[in-house]
Structure formats: structure tokens, C-alpha cells
Design a protein. Structure first.
Length: 53
């Protein structure tokens, strides 16, 4: 499941860079819940960010 998409291209164009860069935040809430039941520190790694450069 995709939670959020951050398009870096807009701000990069403002500083003179022509680049296509996006970051997606993806995850599965059911798997995340299971991970957190076993170890709360797992919350530092969910949901997972994926960069598309």
C-alpha cells in the first residue's frame, strides 16, 4: 500500500537542477502491526521509504 509520494522535482527545479526524483512511502499495516507486537523498535523502519531517482 502506498501511503505517500514526495516529488522532489519541483524544488530541485527552483534551484536550477533538472532531475526526476520521487520518494514513495510504502508498507503493509498488518505486517507492521505484527512487527510492532514483537519489537517496538521495528517502528523506526515502517513504513519503508523507496527512492526513485
Amino acid at each position: 500500500m502506498r501511503f505517500f509520494t514526495l516529488d522532489h522535482s519541483a524544488w530541485m527545479a527552483r534551484v536550477g537542477l533538472n532531475a526526476r526524483a520521487r520518494m514513495y512511502i510504502i508498507g503493509n499495516p498488518l505486517i507492521a502491526r505484527t512487527m510492532l507486537e514483537h519489537d517496538l523498535a521495528a517502528g523506526l523502519n515502517v513504513p519503508v521509504p523507496v527512492d526513485d531517482l
